[in-house]
Design a protein around this ligand. Structure first.
Ligand SMILES: Cc1cc2nc3c(=O)[nH]c(=O)nc-3n(C[C@H](O)[C@H](O)[C@H](O)COP(=O)(O)OP(=O)(O)OC[C@H]3O[C@@H](n4cnc5c(N)ncnc54)[C@H](O)[C@@H]3O)c2cc1C
Length: 488
């Protein structure tokens, strides 16, 4: 080990940038590998029309760089991307990042991590930090005939900006956040849109007002900004209910159900359409898309909802499950991501030659969202069981990185690589599994569900996420001694 730990971070999205900043501030030697040509991850790769953040934007920024310039309460994605670039610039992170550098392989060898990039370079670190995201690898469905389509077809995260939509008929497949946002935006712009809705979702209708110049001015004054943030937090509890409704059955959950049913009633006067748009699945079991106007847009004459499973695709359109053909020029697959890919296809090999694929055979897991047994000095950010549905990502990262900094201090002090034990990891996963059945997440098949049927999600409160890191719990870790040669 070098005097100060050398740390290799993989990924320069929100997680990698935040970790790089905190580690650099603590004096560690940091190198970030990023396969893209700039920072931002999600917010660089996704730029479809209508993309906006679904939490109040002031809670989607780092405490270390507050912003008073957001244009809307839920800012457009392009502003988040610009904010992350500005964070990297202002915190001096760009010189630490190797762009266009995709990590193919990381292996633990003689007490260090060897990180190998696709261009064949090898770099050596005492610690590896994996910040490769969880909504990154596009998931494309297999639909009969899809290769025969002669129009333009692409995944929502690979938007074709060379395309003009004027005079074109666009089919959007998928009812997650991306699908809802794309249909709303294209529909509002007056394009001819068909929304294929296999499973109607609960959708939270939330106004998205512009932030006035006066508010922007107030947000520059810390005391007034604090007042604004508190007001927004109160408003959120009023509109969303307390966080516990997702975590356990009870009156709060019943109230949430009623709120959503009321919204459907208000927004969709036609009872037949309302019936079709009323989900059969329990509220909150899937991540709830938020939109100010999706239901209103869906009732415009230029937007056509088509319900039920798809039949097949032909060279000029989609045939629905009832045999009706919808002629299309463009198909957008808003079909989500392989949410359990995490850092894969990168290959990771830990102590005694154990590989990540062997560890995760059947199901992904982690120790407290950040560690893996037999992977000494390897840490994850936004890993399995992180609170990616309930806690704003910057707060989650603050909890995780704060804990990891304390662990790194121990590693550096004792000059000994560590990893959580299998037993401690199993105990952590068991606690999660025990709680999950009470939560709404367990009530349907969703993108948190892994191959073993477990929802890979934090099922406790936001406060409990921070509290789990109060203690370092070093008893949960085992050390990995260096080979004698390395000590000499
Ligand atoms: C369309 C969309 C909308 C979203 N909206 C919201 C929202 O409104 N609210 C919310 O809380 N969350 C939202 N999310 C989730 C979002 O992904 C997280 O909030 C957050 O941005 C994740 O940051 P990250 O750094 O963990 O991952 P990412 O942003 O995915 O960054 C991972 C980075 O790692 C790099 N990388 C991966 N593998 C390698 C490799 N082998 N070598 C080198 N580099 C590599 C990638 O290129 C990427 O830059 C959304 C996600 C998507 C896809």
């Amino acid at each position: 080990m070098s005097a100060r730990l050398r740390i290799g971070i993989i990924g320069a999205g929100m997680a990698g940038l935040y970790a790089a900043y905190r580690l650099k501030e603590s004096g560690y030697e940091v190198v970030v590998f990023e396969k893209n040509s700039d920072v931002g991850g999600t917010w660089l790769q996704n730029d479809y029309p209508g993309l906006h953040v679904d939490v109040i934007t002031r809670s989607y920024e780092f405490a270390e760089m507050r912003s008073s310039t957001w244009s809307k309460r839920y800012a457009p994605g392009v502003e988040i991307g610009a904010y992350l670039k500005s964070f990297a610039r202002r915190k001096g992170l760009y010189p630490l990042i190797r762009f266009g550098s995709e990590v193919a392989e990381a292996s633990w060898h003689d007490g260090v991590w060897q990180i190998v990039t696709t261009d064949g370079e090898t770099h050596v670190f005492d610690v590896a930090m994996v910040a490769t995201g969880f909504l990154r690898v596009p998931k494309m469905p297999r639909i009969e005939g899809m290769d025969d389509f002669r129009g333009t077809a692409f995944h929502s995260s690979r938007w074709d900006h060379s395309l003009s939509f004027t005079g074109k008929r666009v089919g959007v497949i998928g009812t997650g956040s991306s699908g809802i946002q794309i249909v709303s935006e294209l529909g509002k712009r007056g394009h001819d849109v068909v929304h294929f809705i296999r499973t109607p979702q609960w959708i939270q209708i939330k106004e998205n007002p512009s932030i006035s110049w006066l508010e922007k001015l107030l947000l520059r004054i810390p005391a007034l900004a604090k007042y604004w943030d508190t007001r927004m937090a109160r408003l959120r509890v009023k509109t969303d209910g307390p966080e516990t409704w997702r975590l356990e059955p009870g009156p709060d959950r019943d109230a949430a159900n009623q709120r959503f049913l009321d919204v459907l009633e208000q927004e969709i006067p036609d009872p037949a359409l309302r019936r079709k748009l009323t989900p059969a699945e329990p509220l909150g079991c899937k991540r709830i898309p938020k939109s100010p106007d999706y239901y209103r847009v869906l009732q415009r004459p230029n937007v056509q909802p088509v319900f039920g499973p798809l039949g097949h695709i032909e060279h000029d359109g989609v045939v629905d499950g009832t045999g009706v053909k919808h002629t299309l020029d463009v198909i957008v697959f808003a079909t989500g991501f392989d949410t359990h890919a995490y850092m894969r296809p990168m290959r990771i090999t830990g102590a005694n030659g154990v590989t990540l694929d062997e560890l995760w055979q059947g199901a992904v897991f982690s120790y407290r969202g950040v560690g893996l047994p037999q992977m000494p000095n390897l840490f994850l950010l936004n890993g399995p069981f992180a609170p990616i549905n309930s806690l704003a990502i910057p707060l989650c990262l603050r909890d995780e990185v704060g804990y990891l900094l304390r662990l790194l201090a121990v590693i550096e002090r004792d000059r000994t690589p560590i990893a959580p034990t299998r037993a401690a990891t199993d105990r952590f996963v068991d606690t999660i599994r025990e709680k999950l059945p009470q939560t709404t997440y367990s009530l349907c098949d969703n993108w948190y569900t892994d191959a073993s049927g477990t929802q890979v999600i934090w099922p406790f409160t936001r406060a409990e996420h921070g509290r789990q890191y109060d203690e370092l719990n070093l008893d949960d870790f085992e050390t990995f001694g260096l080979p004698v040669e390395a000590l000499s």
